[in-house]
Design a protein. Structure first.
Length: 347
């Protein structure tokens, strides 16, 4: 054992450590957990009891020598690297490489603006899950069992039992699901908007997509009327598009509102002359609205005799297309930098 310690001490003192690679080899050979020092410490248990103390002291001294040499050379090599002379062939007067900054997506810009507009008249933001159950997506909103929207051609079902539709789970088809959750958990007055992503099993085209974004809203209190709804819509359209935009309400049907209406505004792309976006009509639908059906209020635990309310829903993509004069819905999801860079500095 003494001979091995003497031999190893001589090797450690004579080892050439001129580069970082040699320093790492030194560590592996001597100070590492599988190095020669570790082997000698393992052999210590075979040394006679009366010699073990002296041999252990020699091994500790050898270990300290190896660690000291490793630390010293490591510091010297790092110092030499930091003080290395500058590259004589590099021109330090060259300008730096510019760092290109990203931009916010146009859908994010429009969503944030819509939140700000409605926030100025007292609406807060509510959110909910994208995977929903049948109750929140259909039943609580007055969708009967045989309603076409329950069919597989419109809805992405996660789990489905044709014999028991109430047990279905699906990707939400509208953010009205969040309206139900708010009404279930918050007593009136309620004044909230629900921005979020929704999914429908539709063919992708210039005017439709299987994944898109909505902002829905709901206001429930005593004495709320359709006139209040119209004034809210007028305010939003004028704040978003300008005071000279024309608005019209067309009678419609939604299971969860009565009466119901579609909201149309002048097509900003063709200025009312007719184009592929407005189907040559000069008008573009931006959403649906109506008074919350008393059955919906009752199913959510709200006294329909005391409270009334209105609700609406708008597609963020549709609003963005009109605001930024975009003619193809697919541009929002293609990640074409030529398209996205047009929004640098917007917002």
């Amino acid at each position: 054992m003494h001979e091995n310690i003497t031999r190893l001490r001589a090797e450690i003192e004579a080892y050439d450590i001129s580069t970082a690679e040699q320093l790492d080899q030194f560590r592996l050979a001597y100070t590492g957990r599988k190095g020669q020092l570790a082997d000698l410490f393992d052999q210590l248990k075979s040394v006679p009891q009366d010699e073990r103390r002296a041999v252990g002291q020699e091994l500790n001294q050898l270990k300290q020598l190896a660690l000291a040499r490793f630390t010293q050379r490591q510091e010297e090599l790092e110092s030499a690297a930091n003080n290395a002379p500058a590259d004589p062939f590099f021109d330090y007067t060259l300008p730096t490489v510019p760092q290109a900054l990203g931009t916010r997506h146009p859908l994010s810009l429009v969503r944030e603006e819509m939140v700000r507009i409605f926030g100025r008249i007292g609406f807060n933001v509510a959110e909910g899950p994208e995977i929903e159950d049948d109750w929140h997506n259909f039943t609580a909103l007055n969708f009967p069992d045989n309603h076409p929207a329950r069919d597989m051609q419109d809805t992405f079902f996660v789990t489905r039992d044709p014999a028991n539709p109430t047990s279905d789970f699906l990707l939400r088809t509208h953010t009205s699901t969040v309206q139900v959750r708010v009404m279930e958990n918050q007593p009136p007055p309620i004044r909230s908007i629900m921005p979020g992503r929704v999914f429908r099993n539709e063919a992708i085209s210039a005017r439709a997509h299987m994944m898109f974004h909505q902002v829905e809203g709901i206001f429930i209190d005593e004495g709320v009327s359709f006139a209040d709804l119209k004034q809210t819509v007028y305010y939003f359209v004028q704040e978003m598009f300008g005071a000279d935009i024309q608005i019209r309400f067309r009678p419609s049907f939604f299971p969860f509102t009565e009466p119901s209406a579609e909201i149309d505004i002048t097509c900003l792309i063709c200025k009312g002359a007719g184009c592929n976006i407005c189907k040559q009509s000069g008008w573009v639908e931006i959403g649906g609205c109506g008074m919350v059906d008393p059955n919906v209020l009752t199913q959510c635990g709200i006294d329909a005799e005391r409270y009334t309310g209105y609700a609406w829903g708008m597609g963020i993509e549709r609003i963005a297309m009109l605001k930024y004069q975009i003619k193809d819905l697919r541009l929002f999801t293609e990640n074409d930098l030529r398209f996205l860079r047009q929004f640098e500095g917007v917002g």
